[in-house]
Design a protein around this ligand. Sequence first.
Ligand code: ADP
Ligand code: ADP
Length: 227
Amino acid sequence: PPEIRFEDVRFTYDGVPEAALHGVSFTAPAGRTTAIVGPSGAGKSTLLALLLRHHDPGEGRITADGRDTTQYSLGALRRGIAVVSQETYLFHATVADNLRLARPDATDDEVTAAARTAGIHDEITALPEGYATVLGERGATLSGGQRQRLALARALLTDARVLVLDEATSSVDERREADIVRELTNAANDRTVLVIAHRLAAVQHADHIVVLDAGRVEAVGEHSGLA
Ligand code: ADP
Ligand code: ADP
């Protein structure tokens, strides 16, 4: 998996006097979990949008595997970075079909393994195929947590070697969020994981934490040194 590195990244939105990012630098080591934590307005979404090149680049450099992200095609860059967020789009189809659509050439064993790792396996096997629809019109409705796990299973089925959890679990209490983040990062083995969250307690199991505030890196370290 790639190392992701931000080098003195600055970004200002058009028509806004104050910069959203004032020279952000950090390294997300290959194959490890790095948390980006900060309050609302800290610049977390801006940072992710720049990584995915949803905005034109500002100043500074963002690299993946030592290569500037602007040197990748947009398709290759975005295929390489799977994002699980609260608004992850699920297809109006069965759980099994949602998994297969993530990678049509995946074998049944691969689909099963991803579902098991993400903790959504019971929902594909316990119910007749075609029964558990994502939107729950017929049969079982998926809970919020189950939808999240389905989104994670889909991300795990793709070839993406970078997994971003974008405030995916911020609606649950922080203790539970910490447990979920730990489960998710365990499931993501052999990927570089970025966890975006607004509470430090939620990411206590991350290998490495970057604290962002008002567009600046305030601190970097392990949870024990920051709390
Ligand atoms: P976070 O994700 O940590 O809440 P954001 O990256 O959304 O932070 O915001 C960082 C700063 O950029 C804030 O001051 C915010 O108001 C501003 N901002 C975010 N998105 C836009 C936008 N589309 N246009 C103008 N300003 C924005
Ligand atoms: P919700 O209350 O959001 O509907 P569930 O009822 O599906 O969530 O949660 C059941 C269990 O799954 C809980 O023990 C919870 O900690 C865990 N869980 C919830 N969301 C996730 C997730 N995204 N990944 C892994 N486990 C989760």
